[in-house]
Design a protein around this ligand. Sequence first.
Ligand code: GDP
Length: 331
Amino acid sequence: MRRALITGITGQDGRYLAELLHSQGYEVFGLLKGQNNPRSDMVQAELPFVEFVAADLQDLSSLVAALEQVQPDEVYNLGAISFVALSFKQAELTANVTGLGVLRLLEAIRMVGGSVNNPIRFYQASSSEMFGKVRESPQVETTPFYPRSPYGCAKVFGHDITVNYRDSYGLYACSGILFNHESPRRGIEFVTRKVTNAVARIKLGLQETLVLGDMDPRRDWGFAGDYVKAMWLMLQQDEPDDYVVATGHTHSVRDFVNAAFCHVGLDDWEGFVTQDPRFFRPAEVDLLVGDATKAHEKLGWKPEVDFEQLVAMMVENDLQIEAAKAGLKVP
Ligand code: GDP
């Protein structure tokens, strides 16, 4: 039985990836940080097959111990401070976890290593935020980086150190440059889930307004359930490499808001939405659109859920959740 260790097991991607690996017959281990991690009970109930291992991306010796204990075939590094807005407020923490955390995990892998015939394979969750103020469109694996936030800067370090350890020490290390990917499990702090949750609550009469920041930025939004398949495929190849994972389609925040309101029949939605400077960022990423041709050709990967389906899936899920909480029927 193959064994996989996932950092960031309590996040959106960690949970989809755990389900995928479990369905492929893996033994799945999840790295859990902190004392009384508030999400552990929820994740254990949702994914009873996952075995938790206590360790922290800020603590090298805990990572070495985790690898020695689990003896994984594959390590997926999805753990990070992942919210761009928070990274501006806690830049040093972001650099430490999202950036240096990658270095610590790579060092731990070098120390523990796996066997000569079966070295540990490593996946790094890189991000389209590394492209930031984009130098070309669409963005591909060779597009130069120009990060626009402490999060983006930390991800550039994580990406570069992954490539460097592959080049320097021959590690089987891959970096997946994933564009924004969403789902009903997306955290409420991200704009997509914030919007679908608010739209559901407005439709149910539980909320009156949705307060947003800049609605002009454009993102290449895909479905997280599709994207974790690309992560796994990267680690099944003969040679490690880096891949862009994206849909190739870009929409503005306003497009997303429009699609979500229209899905519940509130086509005339402008009156429900206001803007507040507190949700604007010190520096913005205006446009992201990826070209995943390499992933299509080498991994045989392509997205299955399109933009409209993604919005519908998220709104429907939030309608169910919010109606159940309020003891209402979904209209
Ligand atoms: P990001 O692409 O990783 O930063 O993902 P987010 O979902 O946090 O943000 C996507 C875009 O939505 C960014 O350009 C934000 O500036 C924009 N945005 C506009 N209003 C909001 C808001 O209220 N919350 C969030 N999270 N983003 C917003």
